[in-house]
Design a protein around this ligand. Structure first.
Ligand SMILES: Nc1ncnc2c1ncn2[C@@H]1O[C@H](COP(=O)(O)OP(=O)(O)OP(=O)(O)O)[C@@H](O)[C@H]1O
Ligand SMILES: [Mg+2]
Length: 565
């Protein structure tokens, strides 16, 4: 109706007939009440109920209210579906016995009765429930009593959630975790997972076994709590490398164990969460100690083999060289023998010619003089050849090497002085004696001194040093048959001649002991000096070594085995 104010309103109207005494209707009598407010409240209530209804129907959980007798007062769509009913309202007034097997219905009823009796809610009880299709579902149920104004429990509200899928997923997860644990535990490798701070998240049985610790005593601790500092430092360093690189690495790690350090080949890798961030480091470490040991043994064996091979080659070369020297020696002896006599004859003839030529014929005199020098030189060479090929006989006597050196220096005095060479002596005063042919050894030393003097034509220093000691190793020499005689550990006596000349060019080293090898001008050197020296030293089973000094110049060293007295 439209009120006098012009507003629209809901009115509740009661109309009655208005009668006369005789009972005739003479009019109507009406009362109108403005009930707009009441109507709107009712509408609001209805709306609210609809919202609630829609809400509980849209819930995937089962929601129901049952009265004392177990009859449904409210049922939502999800529960109706579970009971196999399309329209939830159709279930109102019915009980569990109408929808579920009686044993289940009895069980539910029992629960309900207990709640009515005790007033205590049932919270999150997990149990198997069978739906209308006969499928077993795992449900988590909560039941709460409803209380009226008077404090009486008049109904219970139930809510059940189907957690079958979650439970199955959880079970599958547990199962797969168990599978992984089985694999990890039965691996002979050491396997672990640490978080980025270095504390252990997981270890396998091999880890427990090797370090005599229980899993629970490892998890949560870091390497510093388990290993010595040095090892822990190394592990941590590699872990950090994995985190920084964000990639798997393979490293060898030394791990202390009961029987000492073992070498492990560790594959370390970053473990990422779903967002892709590294939250842990995984490791699979295999003990390669044995493999390593074998490898080393093999490589040692290989080294030995190589050395043996090298020795063999050296020996062969020495043999060839010795053979060569011997045939050269025979040749030289033959040549010397054949040339000596004609040379002596020429020498004598020259004397006669010189006397006849007299003072007058200067040209003839000069020619004779040149011929004389030629003959002298030829004699020198013959003498060298004879030395080189001379009989293998030595007059061995116990000698003080210092004295022999002194004798040789005296013989070389003129050459050293004319080259302005300063002489420095560094003699050891506790040399054991050596058993040598002193004349022959003097010849060797003289050759070395003259070589030094020739190398220092502009002056320099020649140091003569003697020393003794135990041989640490034997330097191999081409062409020297000394190896059998001087051995590691032998007491030796040696003399060094150290000069300050230009040294020897690398390419020449291979040839300096060859007969007739010389870098000196024709007529100056025969190139026989060192070959004769080497020959004599060989006969003494000694060693002759010629090397360039780091500081420049040459070191010539002659070594003999000390004589046992
Ligand atoms: N102390 C040295 N400094 C530099 N070079 C040297 C030295 N000793 C030897 N040599 C080199 O070795 C070569 C061979 O020496 P070796 O004594 O056999 O012959 P030579 O001195 O040339 O002649 P010879 O000694 O027969 O008169 C020399 O020509 C020289 O090049
Ligand atoms: Mg010489």
């Amino acid at each position: 109706e439209i009120l006098t104010t012009g507003e629209e309103a809901w009115v509740l109207t009661t109309k009655m007939p208005f009668r006369s005494r005789r009972g005739d209707i003479i009019g109507t009598f009406g009362i109108s009440n403005d009930v707009s407010e009441l109507v709107s409240t009712q509408k609001a209530l209805e709306r609210e109920r609809n919202i609630l209804r829609a809400l509980i129907d849209s819930f995937p959980d089962h929601i129901y209210i049952k009265d004392h007798a177990g009859a449904f007062m409210v049922v939502n769509r999800a529960f109706a579906a579970f009971a196999g009913v399309e329209d939830p309202y159709a279930m109102l007034g019915k009980t569990d016995f109408d929808y579920f097997p009686s044993d289940l219905a009895k069980e539910y009823q029992g629960e309900d009765l207990e709640i009515f009796e005790t007033g205590e809610s049932l919270l999150n009880r997990e149990g198997q429930r069978r739906n209308a299709k006969g499928e077993e579902r795992i449900m988590v149920t909560t039941k709460v009593p409803l209380v009226d104004e008077a404090g009486e429990r008049y109904a219970i509200v139930g809510m059940s959630r189907d957690v079958t899928e979650q439970r199955l997923a959880r079970e599958a997860l547990l199962q797969s975790e168990r599978q992984i644990q089985h694999i990890v535990d039965n691996s002979p490798a050491v396997i672990y997972l640490k978080n980025v701070d270095g504390s252990y998240l997981l270890v396998n049985r091999q880890f427990e076994k090797l370090f005599h610790l229980k899993r629970k005593d490892i998890v949560g601790k870091d390497d510093y709590a388990i290993f010595e500092r040095e090892a822990a430092d190394m592990f941590r360093e590699n872990d950090i490398l994995v985190i920084e690189e964000g990639e798997a690495i393979q490293v060898e790690e030394l791990v202390p164990q009961d029987d000492g350090n073992h070498t492990y080949l560790s594959a370390k890798f970053p473990v990422r969460n779903l967002a892709g961030d590294i939250y842990a480091i995984g490791g699979v470490a295999t003990d390669i100690t044995d493999r390593k040991r074998h490898e080393q043994a093999l490589s040692r064996l290989n080294d030995e083999l190589m050395e043996a091979n090298e020795n063999l080659r050296n020996a062969q070369e020495q043999l060839i060289q010795a053979e060569k020297m011997e045939s050269i020696g025979r040749l030289a002896a033959g040549v010397a023998h054949e040339v000596k006599n004609p040379l002596a004859m020429i020498g004598m003839g020259l004397e006669i010619v010189a006397r006849r030529a007299g003072e007058d014929d200067k040209r003839l005199g000069d020619a004779v003089e040149r011929m004389r020098r030629g003959v002298e030189r030829a004699k020198d060479i013959i003498k060298g050849l004879v030395d080189f090929s001379s009989a293998h006989q030595l007059k061995l006597e116990k000698q003080d090497l210092n004295a022999v050196v002194e004798e040789a220096l005296a013989l070389a005095r003129w050459q050293l002085q004319s080259a302005n060479v300063e002489l420095v002596r560094e003699y050891s005063d506790d040399l054991p004696p050596v058993e040598v042919d002193s004349t022959k050894v003097e010849q060797v030393l003289l050759n070395l001194c003259i070589n030094a003097a020739h190398a220092m034509e502009e002056g320099g220093t020649l140091t003569a040093r003697t020393r003794t000691g135990k041989l640490k190793g034997v330097e191999r020499q081409e062409g020297a048959r000394t190896e059998r005689h001087l051995r590691k550990g032998d007491r030796y006596v040696a003399v060094d001649f150290l000069d300050t000349g230009p040294g020897i060019e690398e390419e020449s080293f291979a040839k300096i002991f060859d007969p007739f090898f010389t870098t000196k001008a024709t007529g100056v050197g025969t190139g026989l000096g060192l070959s004769v020296a080497r020959k004599i030293v060989d006969l003494h089973h000694g060693m002759l070594e010629i090397v360039n000094r780091d500081s420049g110049g040459v070191r010539a060293t002659l070594t003999f085995k000390a004589a046992s007295d």
